[in-house]
Design a protein around this ligand. Structure first.
Ligand code: SF4
Length: 330
């Protein structure tokens, strides 16, 4: 599968009152045609910042892309003029956000909002754009789409609004869709429906998806590959099976052991939940060593002085941890 989106050594800095915060540090990841790449990690690890950087939506100031590259189908985005980037955004690359109510305009009908996006990026008439909006609502499972297209966002449930957002994001048939915690504001049954919808749409349209989530269950079901982020670094990448069955980084192992498994304790209605002790450190206070060291059970002297670089476990599986060379995790 060819690579549609290639992020290499991306560094993003934010000026804060407490000093410079390096929110992304040498982040590298790639997205291949038609696949779902999961990006996981706790809040504050850099997942959403990665998405905003790809979309060209880092607020500048206080933020800025300091170095690195983001290439979409071979076209460099970091140096692209703002007008050209606007033409790509919503067209070849789209994003759905956590809370659809804040992303949809409350004073416009949902059909108008989708057709406006189509009119902006494609050379079609108003009538054709409206027809496309109704088709998109049907595609994302909105009942009576021609009638619902005339509704305002507040007339829909949270799940329906998120479906509309997905329809809006896919209206121009983007090559890449970034879904940033798309089910956070929804209840559990609707979450499952939205994940099913994303999977089906990805298979139908061939759009490559970056799924940003802290839900390892969703990753296990949907993602082909996974990148794990911690304190602005990508610390492990592999196929979903490699990450779930053979995680190498202590943080990845911690994330997986946080997921409750009822089958491990049959008959126990309240399964024991492990936790990763401590919290993600403030990004203004990162030292020279491994950012995970204060929380790591395997910490060694050199972890405190040298930041581990990415090493290969296998062709598809990479990890940044000093233990890799020691073969202590084998
Ligand atoms: Fe733990 Fe050291 Fe690996 Fe960091 S480099 S995760 S501190 S063992």
């Amino acid at each position: 599968m060819s690579v549609v989106l290639d992020v290499k050594d991306l560094v993003v800095d934010f000026k804060t009152r407490a000093g410079n915060a390096r929110v992304l540090n040498q982040v590298s990841l790639d997205l291949r045609e038609g696949e779902i790449l999961g990006i996981v990690g706790e809040s504050g690890c850099g997942k959403s910042m990665t998405a905003l950087s790809i979309m060209g939506l880092i607020p500048n100031p206080p933020g800025r892309i300091t170095s690195g590259s983001i290439s979409l189908d071979g076209q460099e985005l970091t140096s692209m003029p703002a007008a050209k980037l606007r033409a790509i955004r919503g067209n070849r690359i789209s994003m759905i956000f956590q809370e659809p109510m804040t992303s949809l305009n409350p004073v416009f009908r949902i059909g108008d909002q989708i057709s406006e996006s189509v009119l902006l990026h494609q050379n079609v008439s108003k009538k054709e754009a409206w027809k496309r909006a109704v088709e998109m609502l049907e595609l994302v499972g909105i009942p009576e789409p021609a009638v619902r297209a005339r509704s305002y966002p507040h007339e829909l449930s949270g799940g329906m609004r998120q479906r509309v957002m997905i329809g809006l994001a896919l209206a121009c048939k983007p090559k890449v869709l970034i879904a940033d915690e798309p089910t956070t504001a929804l209840d559990v049954t609707v979450q499952a429906q939205i994940f099913d919808l994303l999977k089906n749409l990805q298979e139908e349209t061939g759009t490559a998806i970056i799924l940003i989530t802290h839900d390892m269950g969703a990753v296990a079901e949907l993602a082909d590959r996974v990148s794990v982020m911690y304190a602005g670094h990508v610390i492990e990448t592999g196929s979903t099976r490699q990450i779930l069955d053979d995680p190498r980084h202590p943080y990845t192992r911690g994330l997986i052991s946080c997921v409750p498994h009822l089958e491990d304790n049959p008959g126990d209605e309240r399964p024991y939940l492990e936790e990763i002790e401590g919290v993600v450190p403030p990004l203004t206070e990162l030292g020279t060593g491994c950012a995970f060291a204060p929380r790591c059970k395997h910490v060694m002297d050199r972890c405190l002085t040298t930041n581990p670089v990415i090493g290969r476990v296998s062709q598809q599986h990479s990890v940044a941890c000093h233990l890799l060379k020691e073969k202590e995790l084998a």
